[in-house]
Design a binder for this molecule. Structure first.
Ligand SMILES: Cc1cc2nc3c(=O)[nH]c(=O)nc-3n(C[C@H](O)[C@H](O)[C@H](O)COP(=O)(O)O)c2cc1C
Ligand code: SF4
Length: 943
């Protein structure tokens, strides 16, 4: 589909903050990603994480909370830091990877105040304007002294100076979400009686002094913004004291505008009302509309704002209505690093939209202290961009059956299809989605459907054959003759066997309830199990007019689930007047009641109930496994068929299975290679993800005739091709650069490219020569120095070897020099595949008794190449070629240029075929002349 930019004009309109221009209106809201090094510098993982989002179209990236004070300012274990000058250079690297893709980067300067834990501060109490502990983290809290406040002001300013020195585009002061600067602003947390507390002006003093200080040090061109919580929502927690209401939030924003800030990033809430800072699924898209508009209508500086935005239409409408100037999204960028790019390219259906499940935030808190990255329920690659790298194309035409169309199965099928595996997915249900189809049923969870919608589109797009209403059996699976089977058969409800009455017609599973099968309406229902599933099922039942009692052996609801999600559901259940019986176990089920045991005194308790719903967990379903293994097919089990769990591990195991199946490289590192691997060595060579210039020109027929060895014949047109590219991910070496000069030649009716010269450079060059491509006889030379530079629509490329610039090329992207080029390259385009062949010779060089070498066993070989294009941009080329003694590239002079293109593609070289045996003596003279380094033949005086 072609770009559909028109629909979202505003989103992709250029914007401006202070003097910084921004390519669009998309901001990646700051989010801890747990990928900083422990020393506060960005790790390689973090660079890749943000680079992926810059590539994915974010106009501004605001990375996570960044530390300005090492004594009491830690907010995360692995956290970016600007407390030292040594942080400047590594931060500059982060700025560079973001800038490389035309995005801007603002750093969020942060101090947690009372919203951190003393374990992160070496056991010291946490600090705050006043000694009032946060009710959520409940840490011993002391008030900052005046001296400490002055020191903090200096540290914020020094941090900003380092950010500027690192080449970042601006700073954002974090005065939202209940952190230190917010604590000063709010009368709820600031009860100081000195110049930093009391009146409105005094509460603003610290941040105003910081702003003035930064402005003085960094100048007027350096944007300073503030992230503000403009409403604290504390009435929701029963607070009756004074706190920040929206009218106060607006007043603060206006005062800060007066103090000279360049933008306001509008948010809301604090830890004690955390549900409003990072919302659970029940909060609709755009719910902060009025808060944002209130700010926007009172200030002139640009307003940035988040509002659970997941879909471009909502974002566009906000801009159209003037609710904000920049759309900030947090989790949308976690769930889909390419959010902006997909929308820009009209691929909206391909968006993997965040479902606000909170797993990223929960896992950040869970894993950060252990140094591990967080996870996203939907995006398996989130925070693991380096670990997973690029998918490896399957080169052997494998086929796979995936059984089960839940999140794990759908993700596995998608991943395999992306690699080129032919996939059939079987599912017994009438629609894709598996457990998602149940999970979406409780109130306010309809966005779960997005998961199924996404995969429905993906599987269709990628050509996966989906067979619904199909109960898979081992025999039926084997009829497909699959190379492997992936079992994503999910799990089934646990039904305890020994409880009297458990098989009665009044007993239902969660599946039976949520699928609508049980059709319970207006009944008295007992839900056994107060995990999150039990709670959500209870809410669903309440919606159906049932009166619900929730029973559990534990002493509180869902202690292991995300507390925000639990609080969210329980808040609504309270309104539904649900009863709870904690610390009770189920003993017996009768037709109209249940018998429980009260655990503390073993007393029997009777509860009248028309229906009993069991929510006691699920056990993995692996029923097909042993039969399939007995049939000798490779089987992998994924998702909750391994272990019942949430969506995140299901999707991840699906991704990993899809990514690793049929890979031959899953070996432990070793210097020894097994015998049976030798024959496979170099059989296929994938030059994955190469990028550069592909040029062609006409030379003179006699130039080709002079250098073409028999039995090859010149093609009717004297076409020369020249490619200069960076091979980013070859299967056989580190990345390297190559320049290939070739002519079109024929053998009988076969047309192919005959390579005259191949110059390599870069980290993987030597390995590419040794192992790359099964074409050992192509004359290859190392030590090439390459420049490929793209600046807007102009690309320049140069290849120099041993002091001679062999190639100097410039291309202006737009159209070809000549329309012939399109046909010559078989009309390439993004998403297209083309094929071609190449001729090579091979000889053995065998010494005789006297040690004299003889070339023998000559052969003409031909390979088959497959190009898969990610992009192909035609252009007008100008080209200069030069020869040196070792590299006679100008032996094929440029007569007239056909044209060229700048392309990103993957080149797969299939194994060579023997075309004909040839007499070595007939061919060798053509090959040696000027093809090999004379230095290799010990020509003296040259090194
Ligand atoms: C994992 C995670 C980490 C976050 N870390 C920060 C942070 O470092 N600084 C900040 O201002 N907000 C942080 N937030 C809040 C987000 O910036 C954003 O305001 C919030 O997620 C709501 O927007 P969304 O629905 O678009 O995600 C974080 C949110 C998440 C999910
Ligand atoms: S983990 Fe859940 S909330 Fe976080 S980005 Fe992924 S889908 Fe959204």
């Amino acid at each position: 589909m072609k770009m559909d930019k028109k629909m979202y004009n505003k989103l992709f309109e250029e914007g401006r903050i202070g003097k910084v221009s921004i390519k669009n209106r998309l901001v990646m809201s700051p989010m801890g990603c747990g990928l900083a090094n422990l020393d506060g510098t960005p790790s390689e993982d973090m660079l890749a994480f943000y680079e992926a989002r810059a590539v994915g179209g974010a106009g501004i990236i605001i990375p996570e909370i960044t530390r300005i004070n090492d004594m009491h300012g830690a907010g995360l274990m692995r956290q970016l830091s600007v407390t030292k000058d040594r942080h400047i250079k590594p931060l500059a690297e982060l700025a560079q990877v973001v800038h490389k893709h035309g995005s801007k980067i603002f750093i969020q300067l942060h101090h947690p105040g009372r919203e951190t834990v003393s374990a992160l501060l070496g056991g010291q109490p946490v600090v705050a304007p006043s000694p009032i502990p946060c009710k959520l983290v409940k840490q011993e809290t002391r008030a900052l002294t005046i001296d400490e406040i002055k020191q903090l002001i200096t540290q914020f300013i020094e941090g900003a100076v380092r950010v500027q020195k690192a080449g970042c585009d601006g700073v954002e002061l974090h005065a939202a979400h209940g952190y230190l600067l917010h604590q000063f602003l709010s009368p709820y947390t600031n009860k100081r009686e000195d110049e930093y507390g009391g009146s409105f002006e005094n509460r603003l003093r610290i941040i105003v002094e910081i702003i003035h200080g930064i402005r003085k040090e960094c100048g007027t061109d350096f944007p300073i913004g503030v992230r503000l919580s403009v409403e604290e929502f504390l009435n929701k927690t029963g607070v009756t004291e004074e706190y920040i209401h929206i009218q106060d939030g607006v007043k603060i924003a206006m005062a800060l505008e007066q103090a000279g800030i360049d933008f306001v990033d509008t948010s809301c809430g604090l830890y004690e009302t955390g549900m409003t800072c990072i919302e659970p699924i029940s909060f609709p898209q755009g719910w902060r509309h009025d808060l944002l508009l209130a700010v926007k209508s009172h200030v002139k500086i640009p307003v940035i704002g988040v509002s659970v935005i997941r879909e471009p239409a909502v974002a566009e409408k906000f801009l159209e209505e003037g609710v904000v100037d920049f759309i900030a999204m947090g989790r949308s960028w976690n769930a889909d690093e390419e959010w902006g790019k997909k929308v820009l390219e009209g691929r909206e259906k391909e968006l993997r939209k965040c479902i606000s499940c909170l797993r990223c935030f929960e896992s950040l808190n869970e894993y950060n202290a252990a140094g591990l990255p967080p996870e996203c329920a939907l995006n398996p690659r989130y925070a693991r961009e380096v670990k997973y790298g690029d998918l490896v194309h399957d080169t052997k035409g494998h086929t796979a059956i995936v059984v089960g169309g839940g999140p794990a199965g759908m993700c596995a099928a998608q991943t395999l299809a992306l690699r080129g595996v032919k996939v059939t997915l079987l599912d017994r249900q009438r629609e894709l989605g598996g457990t998602v189809n149940l999970a979406k049923k409780p109130p306010l969870k309809e966005r779960m459907q997005w998961i199924a919608d996404y995969y429905n589109n993906e599987l269709k797009r990628l050509g996966v054959e989906v067979k619904l209403n199909t109960e898979a059996t081992p025999d039926m699976i084997m009829e497909y003759k699959p190379d492997a089977v992936i079992l994503a058969t999910g799990s089934t409800s646990i039904i305890p066997g020994k409880i009297p009455g458990i098989t009665g017609s009044n007993v239902f599973t969660v599946e039976a309830v949520l699928s609508g099968e049980s059709a319970l309406k207006g009944k008295k229902v007992a839900v056994i199990g107060a995990g999150l599933t039990g709670l959500e099922t209870a809410e669903y039942l309440c919606e159906g007019g049932n009166q619900v009692t929730i029973i559990d052996m534990l002493d509180k609801p869902a202690p292991n689930a995300n507390h925000t999600n639990v609080a969210d559901v329980c808040g609504r259940l309270a309104k539904d007047r649900v009863d709870y019986l904690f610390e009770h176990s189920l003993k017996e089920i009768k037709a109209d009641r249940i018998i429980l045991e009260r655990l503390k005194d073993h007393q029997e308790v009777k509860v009248s109930a028309d229906a009993i719903v069991l929510s006691l967990g699920f056990s993995p379903n692996q029923s097909l496994l042993s039969d399939l293994e007995a049939k000798g097919v490779e089987v992998k089990v994924i998702g909750s068929a391994i272990k019942d769990g949430a969506i995140a591990p299901a999707v991840r195991t699906g991704y990993e299975a899809g990514r690793e199946l049929f890979l031959e490289t899953q070996k432990t590192p070793s210097f020894r290679i097994s015998k049976d691997e030798i024959s496979n060595f170099g059989k296929t060579s994938l030059m994955d993800n190469q990028e550069g210039l592909y040029l062609s020109y006409l030379t003179y027929p006699e130039a080709i005739a002079r250098i073409l060895p028999p039995p090859l014949k010149p093609f009717s047109m004297p076409v020369v091709t020249l490619s200069i590219c960076h091979v980013n991910n070859p299967t056989f070496a580190d990345d390297y650069y190559e320049a290939i000069l070739g002519v079109y030649a024929t053998y009988g009716k076969s047309l192919g490219l005959y390579t005259m010269g191949l110059v390599l450079g870069g980290p993987g060059a030597e390995m590419a020569v040794q192992c790359g491509r099964d074409n050992g006889s192509i004359p290859k030379k190392l030590g090439g120095e390459f420049v490929i530079r793209r600046n807007g629509d102009t690309v320049t490329a140069g290849v120099t070897r041993r002091g001679t610039q062999l190639v100097e090329a410039t291309m202006k992207i737009g159209e070809y020099n000549n329309p012939l080029t399109a046909a010559l390259y078989q009309y390439p385009a993004a998403g297209k595949q083309t094929f071609g062949g190449g001729f090579y010779f091979h000889f053995d060089r065998i010494p005789d008794k006297n040690g004299e070498s003889h070339f023998q066993n000559g052969a003409l070989l031909m390979n088959q190449c497959e190009y898969n294009y990610q992009s192909w941009e035609p252009g007008i080329v100008s080209l200069h070629m030069k020869s040196s003694v070792d590299d006679p590239w100008a032996e094929l002079p440029v007569n007239t240029i056909i044209g060229g293109a700048y392309s990103k593609n993957s080149l797969l070289v299939h194994k060579l075929n023997l075309v004909e045996n040839v007499e070595a003596d007939d061919v060798i003279p053509y090959l040696l002349t000027g093809r090999y380094d004379r230095t290799a033949f010990m020509e003296t005086g040259r090194i």
